[in-house]
Design a protein around this ligand. Sequence first.
Ligand code: SF4
Ligand code: SF4
Length: 288
Amino acid sequence: MNSPLATLNKILTCSFVDGPGNRLVLFFQGCNLACSACHNPYTIGICDHCGDCVPACDPGALTLQSNKVIFNPALCDQCDACLTICPISASPMTTQFSVDDILALIRIHKPFLGGITVSGGEATMQADFVKDLFTAIKSAPDLSDLTCFIDSNGMLDIAGWQNLLPVTDGVMLDIKAFAMDLQKELTGHDTSAAQNIARVLLKAGKLYEIRYLLIPGKTDNTAELDQLVAFIQSLGLDTKVRLNAFQHHGVRGLALDQDIMPKEGVDAVVELLADAGIHNVTTPAIYQ
Ligand code: SF4
Ligand code: SF4
């Protein structure tokens, strides 16, 4: 198959939190937002081969060859020193995969899988690959029963979604915040387009879940939650909502000074949604 390669940060061959059932998850490198609360911050940037991380790699897993950083996984001791030093939140440990590479991996794990999910980073930044992969899965007789899901921040434009949706079964969509100043504070960008994308996905029957990260003092204030309620009500009371709770795992910088979201706070939002008629709500496993 003559299709683009994907730049992936990581592959999980077994996940129960990235869509329905057990899923193989591809984490794409690169994101078009810069969320301060990101728990995979090293997936945001795309390596420009500056070489800054090479001297930090004591085991010699990184070398600079012809102005390109080369990663040797056999020597890596997973100390993450390279991730800490990278000035653009990139990773030198990415790998490029073809559609055929991924299909071969899926076939190994197929007996245990309900489907595959593309995540990140932001998988839709590599939409051509996602489309080719999903198309290949759906046209392979031994794989066509697998569902194909996207975990997204909703920043892909409508034309991009219209291109992906015919081969996509469901989308988990982040809504970051409602007030514009808060959107920009949390992500560095205006993310309000995601609300419109939610309606596009709903109309196409492909909106699997809205995801909302509760951050104390930020996304859990009355004004934000009132808008969350109104937004979900506008989509339909049976809309699936997944509440996530800010934790320190994986985050860095100023986010480490941010309070984590306590269970009582999550429970209060569940109650608020229930009072508004919204009952299809899931909460973080650590608080269940
Ligand atoms: S991962 Fe970061 S520090 Fe390392 S070469 Fe790439 S851009 Fe430079
Ligand atoms: S995580 Fe691996 S590649 Fe990165 S600095 Fe440590 S040993 Fe080197």
